[in-house]
Write a protein that binds this ligand. Structure first.
Ligand SMILES: Nc1ncnc2c1ncn2[C@@H]1O[C@H](COP(=O)(O)OP(=O)(O)OP(=O)(O)O)[C@@H](O)[C@H]1O
Length: 270
């Protein structure tokens, strides 16, 4: 028996989680009994087609959406509300209050959560802004920055909180291809330095393989965990290589052949 990993307990456990939304017309089941474990230092990617419940799962881990069934545990304790131990970076460029400077934006959650006083918060903000290459823009306002720079501020703000889990919801999806690639590279460099625990949502197979060390594949309507794939061997340099392509194709089959088979079954049943 391999005892090297069996003693390590997960940092985060998503255990049989079903999520539902009630609209005036109906009840929408977003995920159905999804379970996965995230270990300290993991870069866990939730991958699936639009509408499979990736964002809902991330919001549930963040504490914004309570599970209808099952439980989410951080360090063995049930997650019931948002907290400074879980910070989310969203896709939108407007997640930074525009009236605050870049430095004030990074300081804000540190002050609001009473983690640090003003002086320490300003120092920590400067430290992380330098890490994302924005030392010279600390006194700028967000509207003067490019999309990629705004996302760097959001990442600096999240890292400055030193959360137990960093949650990213398609953070690079609205960027052009070159900036997106550069941001993936920078994120991996930051991970190399800080070894934070990341849950990253994307619908891009390539991005999942590059960013993640483990990938949870979700099937749609409602999202169920189809499979877990190890992807620690891939980085930006492996893109286009034979093994990378073969794994991308395997993921594609797992995600979409199942869906096609389901559709056929429905047709036959109709
Ligand atoms: N606030 C809400 N009210 C009602 N239904 C919702 C709400 N948020 C999400 N849903 C539904 O829950 C399901 C999962 O949505 P979710 O946004 O989690 O999927 P996703 O995989 O992140 O999709 P995308 O990649 O398009 O963002 C969808 O059917 C969606 O319509």
């Amino acid at each position: 028996m391999d005892t090297t990993t069996s003693n390590v307990s997960p940092l985060l456990q998503v255990d049989g989680v079903s999520l539902e939304y009630r609209t005036p017309e109906r009840l929408v089941r977003a995920t159905h009994r999804v379970s996965f474990d995230v270990f300290a230092g993991d870069r866990y990617v939730l991958l699936g087609a639009s509408g499979c419940g990736k964002s809902s799962l991330l919001k549930a881990v963040a504490g914004f959406v309570p599970p209808r069934e099952g439980e989410i545990r951080l360090n063995g304790r049930a997650v019931r509300q948002p907290g400074p131990d879980r910070i989310v970076v969203f896709q939108e460029f407007d997640q930074l209050p525009p009236w605050k400077t870049v430095r004030e934006n990074v300081m804000f959650p540190l002050l609001a959560s009473k983690k640090l006083g003003r002086k320490e918060a300003a120092e920590r903000a400067s430290h992380y802004l330098a890490k994302v290459g924005l030392a010279d823009f600390a006194d700028a306002h967000p509207h003067t920055l490019s999309g990629g720079m705004k996302q760097r501020v959001a990442i600096a703000r999240a890292l400055a909180m030193q959360p137990q889990v960093l949650l990213m919801d398609e953070p690079f999806a609205a960027l052009d291809a070159l900036t997106r690639r550069r941001m993936q590279e920078e994120l991996l460099a930051l991970w190399d330095e800080f070894r934070f625990t990341l849950i990253f949502v994307t619908h891009s197979i390539e991005e999942a393989l590059v960013v993640g060390n483990r990938i949870g594949l979700l099937s749609p309507h409602p999202g169920r965990l189809r499979a877990e794939i190890n992807s620690h061997q891939f980085d930006l340099q492996s893109q286009g290589g034979t093994e990378f392509q073969a794994t991308a194709q395997r993921i594609h089959r797992l995600l979409f052949e199942h869906e096609a088979a389901n559709a056929d079954q429905h047709k036959e049943a109709a």
